[in-house]
Design a protein around this ligand. Structure first.
Ligand code: BGC
Length: 398
């Protein structure tokens, strides 16, 4: 923390040369991270869900004979492995045949996978897009073939082929991260920092510009934090606070680490970085590596670090103190809501919808179900995550 008036005034040009922005990562898929646990390790929630779903499955499983194709973005992040496993097990428990495919953050690969799914006679497509705008043609093909499309977690943009959208309250994710910072920064929150006439330094690492969720998160976050940036309680020494300047293509952990390293060497040689406002657990891992490299120590000068997804590794890091919080998204619930949408389009059932306003994809407002994200930290992870059956104490202790 430092007294006001010390806001950094280094030029934007200098920043530009130091940082890899949205376009900088190219189309390369983020490498699987060292910290990302192996697929089998975090399959537990999915298995629990499978067991539950099986128990609930009707004797005459209604999906018998129908094929549901599920296109997922990547296995490099744990959450999507859980999402895929949950979808597969819940659909299979209802008697559907499931074709689950991951495209490893390669847009063209996802396009080909969906083309193949259509050719193979899928009855319904569930898509978590890599680039939400890049699937317009293949979605049109699905529509022409009479195959309903459901958007999973990420909105499918600029298409009228999508019937429903199952997701989390994406702006709410940003608001919750912002509120967490507001209430916890400096120990007693930003209002206390302000009342003491002090300030805190902050840097932002935001999501992929081709993912509608990323901008919504940013907007929710800034709704809470902008007033503190405006009045100098929060000081972003790099000057990079806009979405354009802070977004990271394909949610790349490597780029996040590189950006954080560049922030630290470029702007924080004489003053500590107090807050890493990141939009994803993968970014929090990147910041952790950068901070360790720069000599920061947990329990001493370690910043407040935010994340999203409450991955197993992130939850372990929260317990160890090297990440402060994350946003828990129960992927079992999301899969459950999405499955009701599959049943709706294939069997004429009524899906549960709770938002018919927020998700305009450029062609239509997509009827959506928004699950509620929850902020987790060391004080409530047991209650939310362990008691909620998402991870066991044993998994967290490993
Ligand atoms: C999801 C987040 C996830 C991010 C990176 C977003 O679309 O909503 O939960 O952290 O993608 O995978």
């Amino acid at each position: 923390m430092k007294k006001k008036l010390l806001s950094a005034l280094l030029s934007a040009a200098m920043v530009a040369t130091l940082l890899v922005g949205c376009g900088g990562a190219g189309a390369a898929a983020p490498a699987a991270t060292e910290e990302a646990p192996a697929a089998t390790e975090e399959a537990a929630p999915a298995e629990d869900t499978a067991a539950e779903a099986e128990a609930e499955a009707p004797a005459d499983a209604s999906g018998a004979g129908k094929k549901v194709a599920v296109a997922m973005p990547t296995q490099s992040s744990e959450r999507w492995i859980n999402d895929g496993a949950n979808m597969k097990s819940q659909l299979e428990a209802l008697g559907y045949e499931v074709d689950l495919q991951y495209a490893e953050d390669d847009v063209q690969m996802q396009v080909s996978q969906i083309e193949n799914m259509i050719a193979a006679g899928a009855d319904c497509l569930v898509i978590a897009a890599i680039d939400s705008d890049a699937l317009v043609n293949v979605e049109a093909q699905a529509k022409e073939a009479g195959i309903p499309v459901i958007a999973y977690d990420r909105l499918l943009m600029n298409t009228d082929a999508v019937s429903y959208y199952a997701t989390f309250d994406n702006k709410g994710v940003g608001t919750k991260i912002g509120e967490y910072i507001k209430e916890h920064a400096g120990g007693e929150g930003l209002d206390a920092v302000k009342a003491a006439g002090e300030s805190m330094t902050i840097e932002f690492l935001m999501g992929s510009p081709d993912d509608n969720n990323a901008l919504m998160l940013y907007n929710g976050l800034m709704e809470v934090l902008q007033p503190y940036l405006d009045d100098g309680t929060l000081v972003c020494k790099s000057g990079r606070t806009s979405f354009e300047d802070t977004c990271i293509l394909r949610w790349s952990q490597e780029t996040a680490q590189q950006n954080c390293e560049n922030y630290l060497t470029g702007f924080y040689a004489d003053e500590k970085l107090d807050i890493c406002a990141t939009a994803f657990d993968g970014f929090a891992y990147g910041c952790k590596a950068a901070l360790e490299g720069a000599g920061y120590k947990v329990g001493e000068d370690w910043p407040l670090i935010t994340g999203q997804d409450a991955e197993l590794m992130a939850t372990k890091n929260i317990i160890a103190g090297s990440q402060t919080m994350s946003i828990y998204k129960d992927t079992r619930l999301l899969a459950d809501k999405c499955v009701t949408m599959v049943q709706a389009v294939l069997e004429g059932a009524e899906p549960e919808i709770n938002d018919t306003e927020q998700y305009n994809n450029g062609k239509l407002v997509v009827p959506s179900y928004l699950c509620t994200p929850v902020a987790v930290d060391k004080d409530n992870y047991k209650e939310i995550i362990v008691d909620g059956g998402y991870y066991t104490e044993e998994q967290l202790a490993d």
